[in-house]
Design a protein around this ligand. Structure first.
Ligand code: PEP
Ligand code: MN
Length: 379
């Protein structure tokens, strides 16, 4: 089914039946009988199992533009009908506010309704720092982290990450401290296999979310390769120099190849106007991504702001940027911490300190709750 709907030129309409529709009922038979009379349209049935109800979706593939949406919606057994637009065919929301979003991975749910903090080291350096980080996360009830092993660097002489060599001990330590998901950038398709092998060799003590970095947003061959694997979800960074539309189309490459468990990350835009921040903070686009697509949305305040500066309110600009994302409805915060930023091998100047972790988590919790309250105000 996925292959069919990701084919160029295929037109698609989805008929969503009433929850827990009974296939024996006359109402169900009636709509199916009608749909079967349509010429140049192939029907495919698709079950979506939620926690409380099962949804039956009938995909209409083919010459669907001439079909009368309102007429199909008038059948008793039909809840609603969605016309799938050409853009972001699989990841798109297609103006349907009720479409399900998100996914479960390794026991953790990621959706457009919940929120995770993914704090950790920009780059793995040594076991001591990794363990200090993971231990602190566990102490604060966290199950996700970020750990970079493959680092794309501006300068070829800068530290490039420990690569595959560090994977076994990073995964074992993550397992030891109850971490379920590690966001880890891959810059080449062979890294997927290296991660897979290291997880197997260590007995799958944790899970990995493959990160696509901003520099690879439009590396379409890498995106296709990551899309073809069906094991790991993906944390996809927007491109720092292309439009939001171009970045969302790039994310769709993953889905078109088979991986639709994708989180979209806003990480700031390269612009001379961003100074004194490293990039122009783009947290204001969180609602736009949630409206256009079904992807949970992440913000990365560390790579947006890029410094540990704070204003007279004593709140770090990084924390402000993260809170701005959450108050706007973001579902994840990817943030750099380090036990000893002065000696971090990558991005030390923007890392938060271990002592700041409880305050940061508190602030994020409060910001997410404030968003929930705002939703009630506007309901
Ligand atoms: C990172 O998260 O470590 C990173 C390199 O980010 P970006 O691709 O957004 O620059
Ligand atoms: Mn970094």
């Amino acid at each position: 089914l996925l292959l069919r709907i990701s084919q160029p030129g295929v037109k698609l309409m989805i008929v969503i039946l009433q929850p827990n529709a009974d296939e024996q009922s006359p109402a169900y038979q009636k709509v199916m009988d009608y749909l079967r009379t349509l010429s140049d349209v192939t029907l495919q049935q698709h079950q979506v199992r939620g926690t409380e109800k099962t949804l039956t979706e009938i995909y209409l593939l083919g010459d669907t533009h001439k079909l009368d949406q309102a007429m199909i919606e008038s059948f008793e057994a039909v809840e609603r009908v969605i016309r799938i637009a050409e853009e972001y065919r699989i990841l798109g929301r297609h103006s349907d506010q009720f479409r399900v979003s998100g996914f479960h991975y390794n026991g953790v749910e990621f959706s457009q309704d919940n929120c995770h903090i993914v704090a950790g080291l920009c780059a793995v350096d040594n076991p001591k720092n990794v363990e200090t980080m993971l231990k602190a996360l566990q102490a604060h009830g966290q199950v996700c982290t970020r750990m970079g092993a493959y680092k794309p660097r501006t300068n070829p002489y800068s530290f490039q990450g420990h690569g595959r060599d560090c994977l076994p001990w990073v995964f074992e330590l993550a397992g030891k401290y109850g971490i379920k998901v590690i966001a880890m950038e891959v810059t080449h398709e062979k890294h997927i296999e290296e991660i897979n092998e290291a997880l197997h060799a260590t007995g799958n003590p944790t899970g990995v979310m493959l990160q696509i970095g901003t520099r690879n947003t439009q590396n379409f061959e890498l995106l296709k390769a990551v899309g073809r694997q069906r094991v790991f979800p993906v944390l996809f960074k927007r491109g720092y120099g292309v439009s939001l539309n171009e970045s969302l189309n790039a994310a769709e490459y993953l889905a078109s190849e088979g991986t639709s468990n994708v989180i979209f990350c806003l990480r700031g835009m390269k612009s001379s106007a961003s100074s004194p921040h490293r990039n122009m903070v783009d947290a204001g686009q969180v609602p736009a991504v949630k409206r256009l697509t079904r992807m949970p949305v992440c913000v990365d305040p560390s790579h947006s702001v890029g410094t540990r500066e704070r204003s007279s309110d004593q709140i770090l600009d990084v924390a402000h940027a993260a809170a701005q994302g959450l108050v706007a409805g973001a579902n994840m915060v990817l943030v750099d911490f380090h036990p000893d930023p002065a000696h971090a091998l990558v991005d030390g100047p923007q890392a938060l300190l271990m002592a700041e972790l409880p305050k940061f988590l508190d602030d994020m919790q409060a910001s997410h709750e404030f968003y929930q309250r705002r939703k009630n105000i506007w309901a």
